[in-house]
Design a protein around this ligand. Structure first.
Ligand code: PRP
Length: 181
């Protein structure tokens, strides 16, 4: 698996350090308020687990799974809900946790959907932000790292469903995805 990585972009240590800082910031911002953290499957799982574990306050957690139609490495903006939230978010303070915001189309759809359900507040925390690829304007409240427009994998991010369990963010060797086209 590691032999397919061209280079490490964000090390395990850098990830964990930044995640602890984000947890402190979120704790301060939501002080005195109940918080529901919503992770988007599957990519956000690693980040969601480490982020909530770094918080020293109670949080409720829930998950949604969505998939975009179209080619596997490109977002189309048409999103299908594969698993919805278990509970109502009406009147709740909701923080969506994402692994990466790329074009922003997935998140735009989800923000629209969840906003219509009447949460008390709705914010977004993404580990990675690929600003260069953004197609829609989005409010992102917490960003772990800005990343260049390269094929990033690891720590939840996949290529063909693998590499998610790498403990760091790496850049995939181009020959891996070129050879399968
Ligand atoms: C990835 C990622 C975001 C979305 C970002 O999910 O987790 O949800 O793409 O792309 P966008 O900003 O261009 O919409 P993916 O559909 O690959 O599913 P996964 O989380 O199961 O890997």
């Amino acid at each position: 698996m590691r032999e397919d990585v061209a280079r490490i972009l964000i090390s395990e240590e850098e990830l964990q350090q930044r995640i602890r800082a984000l947890a402190r910031q979120i704790e301060a911002d939501y002080a005195g308020k109940p918080l529901l953290v919503v992770g988007l499957l599957k990519g956000a799982v690693n980040f969601m687990v480490d982020l909530t574990r770094a918080m020293q306050r109670p949080v409720a957690i829930d998950f949604m799974a969505v998939s975009s139609y179209g080619a596997s490495t490109e977002s189309s903006g048409i999103v299908r809900i594969e698993k919805d939230l278990n509970d109502s978010i009406e009147g709740k303070h909701v923080l969506i946790v994402e692994d990466i915001v790329d074009t922003g189309l997935t998140l735009k759809y989800i923000l629209g959907l969840l906003n219509r359900r009447g949460p008390a507040s709705l914010r977004v925390c993404t580990l990675l932000n690929k600003q260069e690829r953004r197609l829609v304007d989005l409010p992102i409240d917490y960003i772990g790292f800005d990343v260049p427009n390269e094929f990033v994998i690891g720590y939840g991010l996949d290529y063909n469903q693998i590499y998610r369990n790498l403990p760091f963010i790496g850049v995939l060797k181009p020959e891996i995805y070129m050879s399968e086209k």
